[in-house]
Design a protein around this ligand. Sequence first.
Ligand code: FAD
Ligand code: NAI
Length: 456
Amino acid sequence: MDKFDVIVIGGGPGGYLAAERAGHAGLKTAVIEKRALGGVCLNEGCVPSKTFLNSAKIYEHALDGKVFGVTAENVKIDQNVVVDRKNKVVAQLVGGVGMQMKANHVTVLNGVGKILSKTPDGFVVSVDGKDEYLASKLIISSGSTAFVPNIKGAKESLESGFAMTNREILDLREIPKKLVVIGGGVIGLEMASYFNSVGSDVTVIEALNKIAGPTDSEISNILLKNYQKKGVDFRLSCSVTEIADGKVVYTENGESKSVEADKVLIAIGRRAFTADLGLENIGVYTERGAIVTDENMRTNVAGVYATGDVNGKIMLAHTAYRESEVAVNHILGKKDKMRYEAIPSVIYTTPEVGSVGETEDSAKAKGLDFKVATVSMRFSGRYVAEVENGDGICKLIIDNKYNRLIGVHLIGSYASEIIYGAAMMIESEFKIDDIKEFVFPHPTVCEVIREALFTI
Ligand code: FAD
Ligand code: NAI
């Protein structure tokens, strides 16, 4: 039986990064992947959705350029080209992951990995129920899958193709006339944004009274208004009761209503994927379906780690990356631990939303002593130059006791590229007076952070 220092189960961002770091450090490493390297992120998540959204952005620029002095005629979007280009981008990036595995001497095993037992020689893992391998350490990065609710007709609609999850919608070659999106969270909003831009009538049905989940309420409200203006129909505080052929039935204030649909996207959250991993064979502890981990990404079984979506903490690719680094560092005996306070998140709508740290709501709920500094994005010359009638804001949450930033929330262009700087300020626990001395490049949109600081 081939023996490895580390076997990683799952080749998504959590898994391939863990394998890459372990291999780079000289550990004999294998990664087992049953579908395609790159996982959800590269194949049916982050990257495909962003290629779609970029096509929509170019299309909108071409349609709406008049105000900037640019006009174009016969502007069309070709969904076949969009999907083909997405596939090309995905193939390129998946190929890149394969090359990284080679460069770091990682063995890639294609098939379903299952943990069979723990022996004095190590953990025994099978691939596709046949070949068996031994590992001194295991890193489980098996990711997550779309949650399918127990709603009448949901399963049948998915089978017939009337309803879709993120996987199917990112391969859609025809733009539906009427798209109903169930769930006004991140996936729902990004897909509503794309299909609204390219001409679908989009209705979003959301159970809560706000969109974008834990996003700062003021910011999610600006986002809502922007998309209402663009024609997206939001039905908030509504529960879907049935997905039937051609329509979605929901209740609003106890009253049953329905909306017609050509296609339906189900995007009401994701669940850690632990099926068929053989966790029970070695006694790995799970809670509400997710593997429980500590600050070193260790599970309750010595030598077994779990990183990425499967631990159900923060389901983002960059969280998975960092968790995997922490796990490998622990295996290598290096001092490191996972911190979740300054993990940035982005919603790639237009306008973009970038958030990190406490929101006004969460700071209030924790009883923190804080103040808020908010400025319009129009404080940035570049924003005014590039965005017509923009209503973006930059909102800082400042801890009064320690005089430092604990949250930054942006809605407007480049928010996705700016937010990491804010995360660094929070993570490094800089004092407000220190940040005031930082020099920001001009004219940039990130200058709004500096402007906001000087309002307090
Ligand atoms: P996954 O990417 O799910 O990878 C797990 C891998 O394990 C899969 O390839 C699976 O086939 C494999 N696997 C599972 N079980 C086994 C087994 N027994 N044997 C072998 N292989 C197995 N995050 C961001 O940070 N930014 C974004 O813009 C973003 N956009 C997203 C858009 C969409 C539509 C979706 C659905 C998600 C998005 N995410 C985004 C979230 C991001 O995709 C995930 O957080 C990330 O993929 C998690 O990485 P992971 O390695 O934990 O799991
Ligand atoms: P989500 O948790 O972001 O949003 C789900 C939404 O569905 C919530 O607003 C919830 O209230 C609503 N909902 C739940 N049950 C419902 C019901 N029965 N009827 C109507 N609404 C209902 O989950 P989503 O959008 O599926 O995304 C999953 C995860 O993927 C995200 O949490 C995020 O971690 C990751 N992701 C990240 C992206 C990014 O970083 N840009 C993009 C897309 C996904």
